[in-house]
Ligand binder design. Structure first.
Ligand code: ADE
Length: 284
């Protein structure tokens, strides 16, 4: 693994006043067009993020612009050849970026999991290069020679690294200061405190017979903060109890979690339709 350019926990490049540079190498540059939209487009317009998309085939040397070949040892599909990748990465990394060398990332289902902590770590880098593999993947020697990280966005298999790159760049870019209008919305995010975010509401106060919880209309900021924390704890306990192991809990938090546990035990003890005696043949 090569050294990376950023200090853990240090300032992001945007805090230091320079844009983060992201290069993406792919055989489908059009897949990365969404990087021009919405928040990512705004971050680019504001000079917080600079994105360069490259077509790997520009570094192929034959008439057909071939970038793949059959796998050694047999088996299905094709493998991406090392030479175009090496030529692309040499040219890009010597193109005068904001650091002596970029951090090179290969999205792959075989990588370490992408998390909010990982997004925050990468947001501190000045320069990232994403290598989007297709087919059965990229020749392993390219990964050995160039990759700083192999990262998976989840336990499922996509057809290539492009969508995984979009996911990661969006999660990273919104952490760059100046990219999101309201920085509070970042600190309140699901995962920002290790908890899932609770439900949110807007006008009208009653819709389709459903009322917004009274506390949110009360103007009592302390009570609202406590309610939000309770909802986040409840939701996390119900949907992702594994996350609670890393959360610092107050006495009040523990009381909420004990209540959730009691409710879960009570509802597990309640008879369900499935427990009811099967209907007799006559009744059917
Ligand atoms: N490429 C294909 N599937 C992927 C995944 N789950 N994560 C990252 N890159 C991928």
């Amino acid at each position: 693994m090569a050294e990376s350019a950023a200090t853990p926990g240090g300032p992001t490049m945007a805090e230091e006043g320079s844009a983060m540079r992201v290069d993406v190498v792919t055989i489908f540059p059009a897949y990365l067009e969404p990087l021009r939209l919405s928040l990512l487009g705004k971050a680019r317009d504001r000079g917080v993020l600079e994105v360069h998309t490259h077509d790997l085939r520009d570094w192929a040397t034959d008439r057909h612009r071939t970038v793949d070949d059959t796998p050694y040892g047999g088996g299905p599909g094709m493998v991406m050849r090392p030479e175009p990748w090496d030529a692309a990465l040499r040219e890009i990394s010597s193109s005068g970026g904001p650091a002596p060398r970029p951090r090179v990332i290969v999205p792959t289902p075989a990588g370490r999991p992408f998390t909010q902590a990982c997004a925050a770590e990468l947001a501190r880098e000045p320069w990232l290069v994403f290598c989007c593999g297709r087919y059965e993947g990229i020749d392993a020697r390219v990964i050995e020679a160039w990759a700083d990280d192999e990262i998976s966005i989840g336990d499922y298999v996509l057809s290539g690294g492009e969508v995984a790159t979009l996911v990661m760049v969006e999660a990273i870019a919104r952490l760059l200061p100046g990219a999101v209008g309201n920085t509070q919305s970042i600190t309140d995010d699901s995962f920002a405190h290790g908890l899932l975010e609770g439900p949110v509401y807007t006008r009208p106060p009653e819709w389709a017979g459903r009322r917004v919880p009274d506390v949110l209309l009360s103007g009592d900021h302390g009570a609202i903060a406590r309610w939000r924390r309770d909802q986040a704890l409840r939701r996390t306990a119900q949907r992702r109890p594994d996350l609670l192991a890393d959360v610092e809990l107050s006495e009040a938090d523990r009381r909420v979690l004990a209540e959730v546990a009691r409710e879960a035990a009570a509802s597990a003890a309640e008879p369900t339709d499935a427990d009811a005696a099967p209907a007799s043949a006559d009744a059917r």
